[in-house]
Design a protein around this ligand. Structure first.
Ligand SMILES: Cc1cc2nc3c(=O)[nH]c(=O)nc-3n(C[C@H](O)[C@H](O)[C@H](O)COP(=O)(O)O)c2cc1C
Length: 247
């Protein structure tokens, strides 16, 4: 009788053990599934100097017409207090200086296709991107980390305290390497580079409008201070373009 009871007890113990083990395995699978889902939702966060971050591929088509973008474009200096999607940043950078044709032709025209402009991203609140300063490399659709940290306040201070610069989740900075163009066109090349900055900035305006974001061309700032913040003593900053969602 006792032996029979012992066997029954053992069977019960094995059964309970199996039930417990199955429940634990199901829980583990659920938890790891949740973590995997969350990891898939968030783009990787990055901030190591020199590191290259591949941007989401830009779209070359959309439902928002050029006419509507032209009609609705305005300079926007106040933004919704929320972070900007990495895909929107990628789109804005592409509109500014991205590759759109064979042999590296870009979205903005360039005298002699010499491309004297460089674009930097001062990121404060960009999804999946640590606050920092990044250099846009059009050929690879990549951001290269220049330095980590939130430099929007410093940038704003160098731009006569313009609050659009510190309020926006991110700021595009367009700089120029003049001798790429003056090397071929001499003095006249200076004019060409300025014209090109205008083309690039207007592209950003129109793309920003179609994305439901706003921007403003900012030309009032201290060149030397911006050069120091970006660590680009050999380049001339031409425009700051804060970007953020409309209020
Ligand atoms: C070369 C240039 C420099 C500018 N600099 C500034 C600036 O430093 N700060 C600013 O708030 N707006 C600046 N603007 C934006 C103009 O103020 C704006 O384009 C103008 O008021 C017309 O408004 P809209 O762009 O909404 O049509 C600049 C525009 C250009 C073309």
């Amino acid at each position: 009788m006792r032996a029979k009871q012992r066997v029954t007890m053992m069977k019960k113990l094995v059964l309970y053990g199996l039930v417990f083990l199955t429940a634990a395995l199901v829980c583990l699978a659920l938890i790891s599934g949740i973590f995997r889902y969350q990891a898939e939702q968030k783009p990787p966060v990055s901030s190591i100097e020199g590191e290259r971050i591949l941007l989401p591929p830009p779209r070359s088509d959309g439902a928002f017409s050029v006419e509507r973008a032209l009609a609705e474009r305005r300079s926007v200096r106040h933004y919704a207090p929320r972070s900007i999607r990495q895909s929107d940043i990628s789109q804005l950078l592409w509109a500014c200086q991205g590759i759109s044709g064979p042999g590296g032709l870009r979205t903005s025209p360039s005298a002699g296709a010499l491309y004297p402009l460089e674009v930097y991203l001062v990121a404060g609140e960009v999804e999946g991107l640590s606050p920092g300063i990044y250099h846009y490399l059009p050929a690879d659709n990549v951001l290269e980390t220049i330095r980590s940290g939130d430099y929007r306040a410093d940038l704003s201070l160098s731009a006569l305290n313009q609050s659009a610069v510190s309020e926006a989740p991110a700021v595009l900075v367009i700089t120029a390497v003049f001798n790429r163009t003056t090397g071929k066109y001499g003095e006249r090349g200076i004019r060409y580079v300025h014209m090109e900055a205008g083309h690039a900035a207007q592209n950003v305006y129109l793309q920003a409008t179609s994305l439901g974001t706003g921007t403003v061309s900012i030309g009032a700032f201290h060149d030397g201070e911006i050069q120091k913040i970006l660590s680009v003593e050999d380049e001339t900053p031409l425009y700051l373009m804060p970007v953020g969602y409309l209020l």
